[in-house]
Design a protein around this ligand. Structure first.
Ligand code: NA7
Length: 576
């Protein structure tokens, strides 16, 4: 093994999407390419199923396959379970979903044993929870940590998948199940001189395991998405000076987090069935259900009062529990957007800064809504500067500073909250080859095509949890993950009971599903705006053209369709 210092590596590693090296700490270990690792000579291990990723979906899939009596092996890049919650350790990281709506629902014991301390738990608690789950169900014995899968090829003659890890280990299984996460490949900007910065730099999605102290430091945050907002409001508390480099602002809504007291804890534990039923019924499986009215069906006064109420309520209610047409009708959307603009102007003292914080290119909710805790008030602090980089673009990074077209900002720490190569990014980083050696990259060159977001024509026995065009991509994610995993488990059980060995969707089923996904999306205002929903990432070559990566028909409709397909003997799939 060789070690190299990080300062020069942040950029290169992020562009390659290689998480093998772990967190963004001071040094990383790298296997020299010319040396073939000893592991390459190890015998190929065989399992019934291989799962890539030990986040929320991979852990639950392992649990279910074990129950079915299958041998399953999970390969995980990190050295612990938790996926998103393992990697995103940045200060301020926490749920935007109510904690008790986010945990697994499959085990009554687990629900009763675990106490969430806050309505919106912070990352350390969520990671503790996922470790608790891994221990309780003894999951670790079937997980290979520090094992980044780099290639997966379907062997047609043997009807099995062979995977290879970055250090040359190989394994084979009849089923390959990807649990790679929708937002798991952090991406960095391509600024000139980025590697020359001599202070510390971190991407929020590869945060070090050791605490980072901001006291007395001059800190920059680049990016103002859901992550940037969380990290900014935290760093502003202790940094000597915080400079926020904002390209495009988002409409942010109050989180209104608070601790869970003993009485509330008791009530939550007694009402889990109702909580999960409520989630099941809502579009995105949140506890907030859309209001059945349209925005124009009420008087302006009533509408204003409703928006005030939503603004004063915790969580995503203002996004998910709003009038049913705010995300489809531009006029309805304008009413809530104007309300949000008014709130920003009220909360930010300097009206010039307030204007910079108001989105001009999209309406409320058409991009991911960051939830905040005194975010706008941060800009009233004397130790915080907002730089609009559309007015004064970043030109380059030098050893001690960020240079914009207007001036130079001397810095000790740069935090990149610049997002992820969303949904398909983790697939792109694995050399996945299906029938005839065709690569998935090639198949998805013009955007993803799937059947139910769970299988791909030409890639038999490959099952994609939270894959593109799957309802789980726009969901209170564990709720949809449980549906995905249980559906996949039922499919495998069905195949075993009927002595079937191979499942693959027909070209026609894939075509119809993909058209359906785009048809539904065309009604949504968010398809008119650049965001990761639309597959846009300005930092990744080839991701500047809008496609559509989510499923916007809602979890109830998706679940119904999946159940219908299963009830009809897995209609649209060829089973042999
Ligand atoms: P997002 O939502 O993709 O936000 C990334 C932010 O970084 C956003 O403000 C971007 O500006 C900004 N960005 C990206 N590249 C650059 C460059 N090159 N220069 C300046 N600014 C840049 O990612 P998050 O991590 O905040 O959130 C992802 C999801 O994780 C979120 O939806 C949650 O569900 C959890 P832009 O808006 O593109 O102009």
């Amino acid at each position: 093994m060789v070690t190299r210092t990080l300062a020069t590596l942040v950029h290169l590693e992020d562009l390659s999407g290689d998480r093998q090296a772990g967190g963004n700490s001071v040094t990383v270990n790298v296997v020299p390419e010319q040396v073939k690792p000893a592991a390459a000579h190890e015998p190929v291990k065989r399992y019934d199923a291989i799962i890539i990723g030990a986040g929320i979906s991979g852990m639950y899939q392992l649990y279910r396959l074990r129950q079915l009596g299958l041998t399953a092996r999970v390969f995980e890049t990190g050295d612990g379970v938790g996926g998103t919650w393992y990697w995103n350790r940045y200060p301020g990281a926490r749920f935007d979903s109510e904690s008790y709506s986010y945990g697994y629902s499959f085990s009554q014991d687990l629900l009763q044993e675990w106490d969430w301390s806050e309505h919106f738990a912070a990352q350390p608690e969520t990671l503790r929870y996922l470790n608790f789950v891994a221990d309780k169900f003894d999951l670790r014995r079937d997980i290979e940590f520090s094992s980044c899968v780099t290639a997966a090829a379907y062997d047609e003659a043997a009807n099995c998948w062979e995977i290879e890890t970055g250090d040359g280990r190989r394994a084979r299984a009849q089923f390959l199940i990807t649990a790679v996460g929708p937002l798991s490949i952090p991406t960095m900007p391509n600024y000139e001189g980025i590697e020359t910065f001599r202070g510390k730099s971190f991407h929020t999605g590869k945060w070090p395991h050791e605490p980072v102290n901001f006291t007395g430091q001059r800190v920059a945050v680049i990016g103002t998405g859901a992550t940037g907002v969380q990290v900014i409001q935290e760093v502003a508390k202790t940094a000597a000076h915080l400079t926020v480099f904002q390209r495009r602002p988002n409409y942010c809504a109050p989180l209104l987090n608070r601790p869970i007291d003993a009485e509330t804890q008791r009530k939550i534990k007694a009402s889990y069935p109702e909580i999960f039923e409520r989630c099941r019924e809502s579009h995105g499986c949140f506890i907030h259900k859309a209001d059945p009215r349209k925005a124009a069906e009420v008087s302006p006064e009533e509408r204003e009062a409703f928006y005030e109420k939503l603004y004063a309520d915790p969580g995503f209610g203002i996004w998910m529990g709003n009038f049913r047409d705010i995300l489809t009708d531009p006029l309805a959307n304008e009413t809530i957007s104007e309300f949000m603009r008014k709130k920003i102007r009220e909360r930010v003292k300097d009206q010039g800064i307030a204007e910079k914080l108001i989105p001009k290119d999209h309406g409320f909710g058409t991009r991911r809504v960051p939830l905040e805790t005194r975010y706008y008030e941060v800009y009233n602090q004397p130790n915080v500067t907002l730089v609009d980089i559309r007015e004064t673009p970043i030109q380059r990074i030098v050893p001690t500073a960020i240079m914009t077209s207007a001036t130079e900002y001397e810095l000790d720490i740069i935090i990149y909250a610049t997002g992820f190569d969303a949904i398909t990014g983790a697939f792109d980083r694995i050399d996945i080859r299906g029938v005839g050696g065709r690569t998935l990259n090639d198949k998805w060159a013009d955007g993803p095509r799937t059947y139910l977001g769970i299988q791909i024509e030409g890639f038999p026995n490959l099952l994609t949890l939270v894959g593109p065009h799957n309802a789980a991509t726009f969901c209170n994610i564990p709720r949809c993950i449980e549906q995905n995993v249980e559906w996949v488990t039922d499919l495998i059980r069905y195949m075993r009971d009927k002595s079937l060995k191979r499942v693959v969707p027909t070209q026609e089923a894939e075509r119809v599903w993909t058209e359906h996904v785009y048809e539904l999306a065309s009604r949504m205002l968010f398809t008119k705006v650049d965001s990761w929903f639309m597959g846009i990432n300005t930092n990744v070559p080839g991701k500047q053209k809008r496609t559509f990566l989510l499923y916007s028909g809602g979890a109830p409709a998706y679940r119904e369709k999946c159940d219908e397909v299963a009830a009809r003997g897995y209609e649209g799939f060829t089973l042999t």
